[in-house]
Design a protein around this ligand. Structure first.
Ligand SMILES: Cc1cc2nc3c(=O)[nH]c(=O)nc-3n(C[C@H](O)[C@H](O)[C@H](O)COP(=O)(O)OP(=O)(O)OC[C@H]3O[C@@H](n4cnc5c(N)ncnc54)[C@H](O)[C@@H]3O)c2cc1C
Ligand code: FES
Length: 253
């Protein structure tokens, strides 16, 4: 893990309320796995805590993350200009482990697609991805060029304004043509992950499934316990340090 000062290369709007910021690091961050995240200062001086954002792309010393405008921190971040300096802590968390897997089903919703895109980028040369991606409406659709690195891509929207009408979990379950995946990876709003867990259980689908969770965070490195989630064995886990990627069976959703 490194604590670095980065220079903003670009910071552009890519969909309604969604921006992509590319940051040039002073040195290589080493390998960053899809699902790992950064803790990024928002450019407001020392005032706000750094915000956790999933890595979407790494090219040389450039790291790109995408963020939805939510509150003070992300609005402040959207005002950063090329040449501004921001502090970054990376890489954080565990990321998706695809060791030994060939056919991977990818289920993503909204801003949950960013760590999934990083995973597809990292492995698309030697693994096949079957992606089922849900957006709220056509104005939220973004980064389809990255998603098209999948062997098969299905995009759905809540209102049917882009792709078919529906959600990502239904799209996955309804696709009879897909090969049996040996792994499912998912990231999206809590309700999507909850429904995914229910449906896999109802249908008796035993394919291993790993999900990336979001919790409010403080330190991002396992020290403050702000990000604790409940495990099914009754224990607690720190999303920042023990996750954010967990076996879906192991966490309460
Ligand atoms: C591991 C991890 C990876 C993430 N990756 C991304 C990403 O790639 N792109 C992206 O847009 N967002 C991502 N998030 C969520 C992002 O961190 C929050 O949206 C952001 O911190 C909000 O900051 P803010 O100051 O704008 O909003 P705040 O003013 O702090 O909060 C505004 C609203 O956002 C909600 N919120 C705040 N923090 C979180 C959080 N951690 N998770 C869910 N809701 C939150 C609050 O409940 C509140 O309703 C990630 C979160 C985690 C934990
Ligand atoms: S954010 Fe501090 S322990 Fe996870």
């Amino acid at each position: 893990m490194k604590d670095l000062t980065t220079v903003v290369k670009s910071n552009v709007k890519i969909a309604e309320n969604i921006f992509m910021i590319t940051l040039t690091l002073p040195e290589s961050a080493g390998r960053i796995k899809g699902g790992q995240f950064v803790n990024l200062s928002t450019g407001d001086g020392a005032h706000l805590l750094r915000r956790p954002l999933g890595v979407m792309k790494v090219e040389g010393n450039d790291v790109s993350v995408c963020y939805q405008l939510k509150g003070e921190g992300t609005v402040k971040l959207s005002q950063a200009k090329a040449g501004d300096k921001l502090k970054i802590l990376l890489p954080l968390g565990n990321g998706f482990d695809l060791e030994g897997k060939k056919n991977i089903a990818v289920i993503g919703g909204g801003v949950g697609i960013f760590p999934l895109i990083a995973t597809i980028r990292e492995h698309c040369a030697d693994k096949k991805f079957y992606s089922y991606i849900g957006f709220r409406n056509k104005n939220a659709v973004c980064l389809t060029d990255e998603l098209e690195k999948s062997e098969k891509l299905t995009i759905v929207t809540d209102d049917g304004g882009f792709g078919a009408k529906g959600n990502a979990v239904e799209a996955y379950l309804n696709d009879c043509d897909k090969p049996e995946p040996d792994l499912i990876i998912a990231c999206g709003p809590p309700v999507m992950l909850k429904v995914l867990k229910q449906k896999l259980s109802e249908r008796g689908i035993k394919t291993p499934c790993y999900v990336s969770l979001e919790e409010r965070m403080g330190c991002g490195i396992g020290a403050c316990l702000v990000c604790v989630c409940k495990k099914t064995d009754g224990e607690n886990a720190r999303v920042c340090k023990d996750g954010p990627v967990f076996n879906i069976e192991e966490v309460e959703l």
